[in-house]
Ligand binder design. Structure first.
Ligand code: UDP
Length: 327
């Protein structure tokens, strides 16, 4: 298929763009490079443009005879969405509606959309399946849920096909060490812990040790970025107007903050000092996927079920790129 990967120079986008190209799809990356990196897609055609530039999007789709869009271009920091909601509403909602307008203008019938477990808010229990109520507790989660609704309505009215893939915690890097995670500023647990191992920071703060979990720290479901990429390919190939999908993507295994730090110690051989810090606002105690539907419907199984293996791929990337893409 000819695929426009919007936000394709970012972390999950670049891993997916690479997989698409490796499996014979024709890929064009569309990215404003506000958070993405040109080097992450060095071998692929790149259109530099913004989500709000509807005409540029339409022209790119027409010029490259695009058949499907995979859309990653979103801001995704919960805390920032609380302090600067305008940025999130403008890009994640208005920007995505602009993308959908361009798809209609260029007659592109299918889209795979990055949604999130943050649409579930604070779930009553874990693991979470797709029938759980969606009541986000921050603007980030709300912007993603709003687009899930828009996709449903657009599919009904305009005959589009969509998949909304609700990611849990994306982690890891391409196993060859070529591309990986590079956020600025970095806020995610695994890259921050690995920065301690690299000597770039003194210790890792543990945000809360009074949660109702076995070791009192937060539990998350860390899914390897290449496994996420595989699920996008499968979803893109499967959706039809009658068969739109809303699926959780996770491993189904919960790992606590302390367990992540211990696994990073094993992988890096570094002692990794810790310090206790208050809870981070808006962090639910546990977010673990029930990924059964993705297994059944997509025939997809994550290859990385042991978080140590995921961390090993991240560590390879961080060692070879200690300053990220800036080298
Ligand atoms: N976390 C932490 N210290 C940090 C960064 C994160 O204890 O310096 C915790 C955070 O509270 C959460 C988990 O690690 O429980 C994963 O956080 P991350 O920001 O990586 O992903 P999120 O769950 O917000 O998508």
């Amino acid at each position: 298929m000819r695929v426009l990967v919007v936000g394709g120079a970012g972390y999950i986008g670049s891993h997916t763009a690479r997989k698409l190209a490796a499996t014979g799809h024709d890929v064009v990356v569309y990215d404003n490079l506000s958070a993405g990196h040109r080097d992450a897609v060095a071998k692929l055609p790149l259109v530099e443009g913004d989500l709000l530039e509807t005409d540029r999007l339409t022209a790119s789709m027409q010029q490259h005879k695009i058949e499907a869009v995979i859309h990653f271009a979103a801001f995704a920091l919960v805390g920032e969405s609380v302090t600067n909601p305008a940025k999130y509403y403008q890009n994640n909602i208005t920007g995505t509606l602009s993308l959908l307008d361009a798809m209609r203008a260029a007659d592109v019938p299918r889209i795979v959309f990055s949604s999130t477990c943050a649409t579930y808010g604070i779930p009553a229990s874990s693991p979470i399946d797709e029938s759980f109520p969606q009541s986000p507790v921050n603007p980030y989660g709300f912007t993603k849920l709003a687009i899930e609704h828009a996709l449903q309505d657009y599919a009904h009215a305009y005959g589009m096909s969509f998949a909304a893939l609700r990611y849990f915690n994306a982690a890891g890097a391409s196993p060859d060490g070529d591309i990986g995670e590079d956020h600025s500023p970095e806020s995610h647990l695994i890259p921050l812990v690995l920065q301690v191992a690299l000597g770039q920071r003194k210790s890792i703060s543990i945000f809360g040790d009074d949660y109702p979990t076995p070791d009192k720290t937060c539990i998350r479901d860390y899914i390897h970025v290449d496994d996420l990429a595989d699920a996008h390919l499968a979803a893109m190939e499967q959706i039809t107007p009658e068969n739109c999908l809303k699926l959780n993507l996770g491993t189904g295994r919960g790992v606590s903050v302390l367990e992540i730090i211990e696994a990073c110690r094993d992988v890096t051989g570094h002692e990794i000092p810790t310090e206790m810090a208050p809870r981070r606002e808006g962090d639910p105690p546990a977010l673990v996927a029930n990924p059964t539907q993705a297994h059944t419907i997509l025939g997809w199984q994550p290859k990385y079920l042991d978080v140590r293996e995921t961390i090993e791929t991240a560590w390879r990337w961080h060692q070879s790129h200690p300053q990220g893409y800036a080298k």
